[in-house]
Design a protein around this ligand. Structure first.
Ligand SMILES: N[C@@H](CCC(=O)N[C@@H](CS)C(=O)NCC(=O)O)C(=O)O
Length: 205
């Protein structure tokens, strides 16, 4: 198997933190691509992953997984402990619900804001749309308040223990810093949760 990834990119980071939490990141064969240099749009990579997105996991039988959550699902089956995606049907559903909620209500809006306004994205996101960026910024700022409220009554995003949903939120907050957006400075429950995340060796790096 081979994992194709990039540094400082949120979807590859989601998989990296997941594997670091499982303690197996160093064991996985990998190739690192540079998104800014557009390595992921060159024919060699497009032959593996025609959408030209990272990460991608190439399996020995030729199967290619190209969604970060799907890649995590596969690694969860290879390395079941520590469990990060749910131990039974109900817990899996609850964790998926929160993970998707973070992704759809926050991460995607940070991405829309960044991709449509940051100069570093001008070559990759054509055309950039200022109105889209502004709507995305507003939605991200509105929706992080709901996540803060969730963390007022729950120590972790999906409940009483650390899961992939915390990784997705942590990666999303890191991504937002590119836009100098630090919502933990105005949301106290998010701030307390973030301190717990930064204390974890698997996600702090
Ligand atoms: N839904 C996909 C999204 C993958 C994705 O958009 N990856 C970004 C990096 S975070 C990418 O490859 N961007 C390159 C581009 O847009 O040209 C996943 O979860 O893996």
């Amino acid at each position: 198997m081979k994992l194709h990834y990039a540094v400082m990119a949120p979807n590859p980071d989601r998989v990296r933190f997941f594997l670091q939490e499982k303690g197996v990141w160093d064991q996985i064969p990998k190739t690192e691509l540079n998104i800014i240099k557009q390595d992921h749009r060159q024919p060699a990579y497009l032959a593996i992953s025609p959408l030209g997105q990272l990460p991608a996991l190439e399996l020995d039988n030729g199967t290619v997984l190209t969604e970060s959550r799907a890649i995590c699902t596969y690694f969860e089956s290879l390395y079941p402990e520590p469990n990060l995606m749910g131990a039974d049907g109900k817990e899996r559903a609850v964790i998926e619900m929160w993970d998707r909620r973070v992704e759809m209500s926050y991460f995607l809006h940070i991405a829309g804001w960044f991709r449509n306004s940051h100069p570093a994205m001008a070559e990759l996101e054509k055309p950039q749309c200022a109105e889209w960026a502004e709507i995305s910024r507003g939605r991200a700022q509105q929706n992080i308040a709901h996540i803060d409220q969730r963390l007022a009554s729950s120590p972790y995003v999906a409940g009483d223990r650390f899961t992939i949903a915390d990784i997705t939120l942590h990666v999303s907050l890191g991504f937002g810093r590119i836009m100098k957006y630090r919502p933990w400075e105005e949301h106290s429950h998010l701030a307390a949760w973030r301190e717990r995340m930064l204390a974890r060796p698997g996600v702090a790096s």
